[in-house]
Design a binder for this molecule. Structure first.
Ligand code: NAP
Length: 320
């Protein structure tokens, strides 16, 4: 079977598509024939081996795990002897977290990890990226910010994978949503349901006179210092992008400033969040936005596009 790998850290040029044996599921695993997989910022960071301290876990001089791709959607092709929740032919989607291997024709995944039935009303291409933007932003908005109806939520980077998910989820949770993006994406972010859209090329957030209950910087371009005057008395600033500055700030203001790595959460917590998302998709309350689709053989071009930092929503690999 075809599988994307990288045996050294570096640019998209390090990615190869190779032939490997189809994996055999262990007793607690299902074998999934992948129809679509995602290409995410996290995949690119692992490929680059950044931030450098991450190499303590990923491999000091070269990646320990050469497989690429974290999000998938496909069809169960075989099940291990002790699998009880899935059977051959089920349409499923999920996330391999740090073990990767989803940019491939097949992948094995344990049934008690992040895997669920694909919402029936969406395509595999729309399901594959759910555990990137939607799962991360749902975790931040629900479990970290505890967003309540009527609250005012500002989402920076509203046109990205996490941002497009966050705008829709915050609206679903009853918030009044302000999206922040560049001029070319204003109409798109409005179409996601944002009540108000600010253009970061013409508006300085620090100059705003209103306040927000939550400022969610999905792309890590803001700092607490720059936005603190637009936070209400109990408002919080949160970001999924790790930096020394955010860690330092969290030490001093743990109630005001939040970072989390969603993939490190307990699997049962993630499974429940995914289950909620399946329900929302099946109710037609959420939509995955796909910017570009590539074939597995063209995956390096998907990574080059990702690295422009300009993608709108998600990038997906489609297996023929
Ligand atoms: N902590 C976690 O658990 C976790 C999980 C998943 C992802 N992440 C991280 O979350 C971050 C966001 O990922 P993503 O996939 O959503 O990003 P992305 O899709 O690559 O973001 C691209 C978008 O960002 C917008 N953008 C660029 N510069 C901006 C700025 N200065 N202000 C506002 N918007 C700007 C771009 O729009 P324009 O072209 O209009 O500027 C583009 O639409 C990544 O760093 C990723 O590693 C963390």
């Amino acid at each position: 079977m075809k599988k994307a790998i990288y045996t050294q850290y570096g640019s998209p040029e390090v990615i190869e598509v190779v032939d490997q044996e189809k994996p055999i599921p262990r007793s607690n695993e299902v074998l999934v024939q992948i129809k679509a997989s995602s290409v995410t910022r996290a995949d690119a960071m692992m490929r680059q081996g950044v931030p450098k301290f991450g190499r303590l876990f990923l491999g000091l001089f070269k990646p320990k795990n050469t497989a690429l791709g974290t999000g998938f959607s496909g069809i169960v092709a075989a099940v291990g002897d002790h699998v009880t929740q899935f059977e051959t032919g089920d349409e499923v989607f999920g996330e391999k977290l740090f073990s990767n291997g989803c940019n491939a024709a097949y992948v094995c995944i344990a049934e008690d990890t992040v895997i669920d039935r694909k919402p029936k009303n969406i395509l595999h291409s729309e399901a594959a990226p759910i555990c990137d933007g939607f799962l991360t932003s749902y975790h931040f908005l629900k479990d970290i910010a505890h967003v309540q109806p009527g609250q005012r939520v500002l989402i920076n980077g509203a046109s990205g994978s996490l941002g497009t998910a966050a705008v829709q989820l915050a609206k679903l949770m009853g918030a009044t949503v302000t999206g922040v993006c560049s001029t070319k994406n204003i109409d798109f972010v409005k179409s996601l349901g944002a009540d108000e859209v600010l253009d970061y090329t013409t508006v300085t957030l620090a100059d705003l006179t209103c306040t927000y209950d939550v400022v969610y910087d999905t792309v890590g371009k803001l700092s607490y210092k720059k936005i603190k005057n637009i936070l209400g008395a109990t408002g919080i600033f949160m970001t999924p992008v790790l930096s020394a500055a955010i860690l330092w700030r969290m030490l001093w203001q743990p109630k005001k400033v939040k970072f989390a790595a969603t993939g490190m959460k307990n699997t049962q917590v993630l499974k429940q969040l995914v289950s909620d998302l399946v329900h929302f998709f099946e109710q037609g309350q959420l939509t995955t936005h796909i910017d570009k689709e590539y074939s597995l053989s063209a995956i390096k071009y998907a990574h080059y596009y990702l690295e422009t930092g300009r993608k709108v929503g998600n990038i997906v690999i489609i297996n023929s």
